[in-house]
Ligand binder design. Structure first.
Ligand SMILES: Nc1ncnc2c1ncn2[C@@H]1O[C@H](COP(=O)(O)OP(=O)(O)OP(=O)(O)O)[C@@H](O)[C@H]1O
Ligand SMILES: [Mg+2]
Length: 337
């Protein structure tokens, strides 16, 4: 059996909504993440996809123990991360690293690339003793496809794609096992996106990394992901292998997201039913009762007033989908990969 490196169970993260300046009064809760469970297997890439505000970045912050969950647990190699302190917490901080979306704002403009990539060694000197740090940084620059001779340059002297490579080198400095990539290519031009994705894939193969790869768009994560979780308003609505999600999606929300993915081949395009979602995403402060997608779903019926559990589907398919009608397998997107 494959080892589970991370196990997330019934994870909830709510943020209070307050009114008043002096006497803050809580008037509601933003249900950013609202009951999420999944496993990350050693060496795999789990894509996490959903529209803006569905809770992807909140999930990544709780996964990294940067924020405490309101309820639920995250286990890293069998240990509950919210219970770690001292040396065990420091080790966790080394082993899970984050690559963020915006290479423009996530790098301090007044630090050289050498100092930026070497900064994690200040906090974890055991990884690289002082005398060896410059060489280590040069190795990291080389590993991410940058010129090691540029070690004394500043972030503004690099292009957007190169800056994202600097962010990746910095995340790799402490030799982590897991990298959470929160929309690492969304701010880049399409041609540069492919180069950075190829780099991430190469690094995964060379270093045996596990990735949680967050994106807005199903097309971005397809190539890299072994499995994909689709999120809507703080919940996972469907999770499965690349093949299950892209070729045999059963949740109407996944089907709608897929139908929005452009198909390059015009002969295949005609076969594809276009699903246009109407209405906006409801507020995570007061999400719809029952199935959260039912206010925008063309299949919605009375039964949808009850929240469908994310269970293995009874027949027809084999991956979890939180839709009452999921057992009726449908192939909406008929195009081939
Ligand atoms: N610190 C916070 N305090 C209050 N509300 C928050 C906080 N962080 C996030 N939220 C809210 O939680 C919800 C989920 O936000 P989150 O940033 O996790 O979404 P996301 O899926 O990453 O969106 P995007 O694709 O735009 O990055 C949003 O409604 C957001 O406004
Ligand atoms: Mg986000």
């Amino acid at each position: 059996m494959t080892e589970h490196i991370i196990e997330v169970r019934d994870l909830v993260k709510h943020y209070p909504v307050t009114r008043g300046v002096v006497f803050k009064k809580t008037i509601g809760q933003v249900k950013a993440v609202d009951g999420v469970s999944f496993d990350l297997r050693a060496g795999e890439t789990l894509g996490v996809v959903g529209e803006s505000g569905c809770g992807k970045s909140t999930l990544s912050r709780v996964l990294m123990n940067l924020e405490k969950p309101t309820a639920g647990t995250v286990h890293y190699k069998g240990q509950d991360i919210s219970k770690l302190s001292g040396g065990a917490l420091r080790r966790l901080r080394r082993q899970i690293q984050l690559v963020m979306q915006d290479p423009y704002t996530s790098l301090n403009p007044r630090m050289t690339v050498g100092d930026l990539i070497g900064e994690p060694f200040e906090i974890h000197p055991e990884v690289a003793p002082k005398g060896s740090r410059r060489d280590k940084v040069k190795e990291l620059l080389d590993l991410v496809g940058l010129n090691p001779e540029h070690i004394n340059r500043y972030p503004h002297q690099f292009s957007g794609g190169q800056r994202q490579r600097i962010g990746i080198a910095r995340a790799l400095a402490l030799r982590p096992e897991v990298i959470v990539c929160d929309e690492p290519v969304s701010a880049l031009d399409v041609s540069i996106q492919a180069q950075v994705m190829n780099l991430l894939e190469k690094l995964q193969n060379e270093l045996g990394l596990s990735y949680v790869f967050i994106a807005h768009d199903l097309s971005v994560v397809r190539h890299l992901s072994d499995r994909v979780a689709v999120m809507y308003l703080g919940k996972i609505v469907e999770i499965g292998t690349e093949d299950e999600i892209y070729e045999r999606p059963t949740h109407p929300y996944t089907q709608a997201l897929l139908s929005a993915v452009p198909v390059p081949d015009p002969t295949l395009r005609d076969n594809k039913a276009i699903i246009r979602l109407t209405g906006d995403v409801p507020s995570p402060i007061s999400p719809p009762s029952g199935c959260r997608f039912r206010t925008r779903c063309w299949k919605a019926q009375d039964v949808c007033a009850e929240q469908p559990p994310l269970l293995e589907i009874r027949s027809g398919s084999d991956h979890p989908s939180a839709c009452h009608f999921a057992e009726k397998r449908e192939i909406v997107a008929t195009h081939e990969a």
